[in-house]
Design a protein. Sequence first.
Length: 426
Amino acid sequence: MNCQSEHNIVICGAKVWTPEGFRVADVEISGGKVARIEEHITPAEGAMVVDAMGRHLLPGLVDMHVHLREPGYGYKETIASGTAAAARGGFTTVCPMPNLNPAPDSPEHLAEQLAIIERDAVVEVLPYATITKARKGDECVDYEALADKVAGFSDDGTGVQSEEVMARAMERIAPTGKLLAAHCEVESLLNGGYIHDGQWCKANGHRGISSESEWAEVERDVRLAEQTGCRLHICHISTAESVEIVRQAKARGVKVTCETAPHYLALCDEDMREEGRFKMNPPLRSRGDMEALRRGVVDGTIDVIATDHAPHSAEEKARGLEKSAMGVVGIETSLAAVYTFMVEGGFIGLERLVEIMATKPRKLLGIEGGLTVGQRADAVLVDLNKEFYVDSRKFLSMGRSTPFEGMNLRGVVWLTIAGGKVVYKR
């Protein structure tokens, strides 16, 4: 991580998150760790002092699902630009997916990615390795050789179509203790679709992606996880059926967790426009699906919010719904979108937002950091009373395609500290 080093930082008068709830306090950060959280702290000489009056200090956010595009596709995003955008969004740890060139399917290929991360990242970056060689879905990688260097294993961008291959992968990943992060999509059920197969799709003459293409593979992977004991994490769920399958699996004691993204909680296919910024995979689903996802966040079925930040070039996203590339950016709007639609919308409290965006993903990944005394200092100072207008031209990400373009969202990041160092300052 390359970032501005501060020997000593004192944040004064913030509404500080603690495991017991929020309280107004000063926070001292020293030697990369949270040194003290007290009612009043006298800063040492030469300390950086931050007046945080009226603002909230949260544990640094963790995004378990991003695309940083390097190596191989640096014209879309770089690790430097993507992690700068992450810091601006309040994220102190991000986990990039392995749809890269070369794909991180061996220690040698992973080393290429890790070298760029070491050189350019301004926040912690924990990459995923692939489930199968070159993400082709037919040959398992050497999980044991990769496990200690990665967040987990995923072929994100495509689902593993062969049940036999997925079962073998789970059997071999289970002893490593790492997550298998599954992109659940049955390719034979896609039928050339590119947006949700709902009313808007039919009314506007598009080809639809069925909900079954997602939930049928969720069902299969949950069954295999139950058989193998593998830790299964289901990526970007978007359908009511997927939520219910996970809910029932958890009740049976299956080691399954899942994520959804802010755009699936805030928008549905009724909000679609004939623009590439509304095209992502999985697609925006029906209002009923959106409401089921919200309920899943409320009752704990959905464990974390991840952005699936997926930058593309302007040209790749300017071809309309049918021909634009799949994927939208979200790492600079995620906190504000979840706060605006879920907290201000009355579905969850701020404590639950912290859980699903910071503490639970840390627990799933087994990583340190946060706002507890003695921990590595990862924190974000945010003004939850301040609105901003989403103007993608001002993004630090090279990606500009967001379904939140032109909206007013509440929650402005003022300062991000990763590993005790300032990585973003408004």
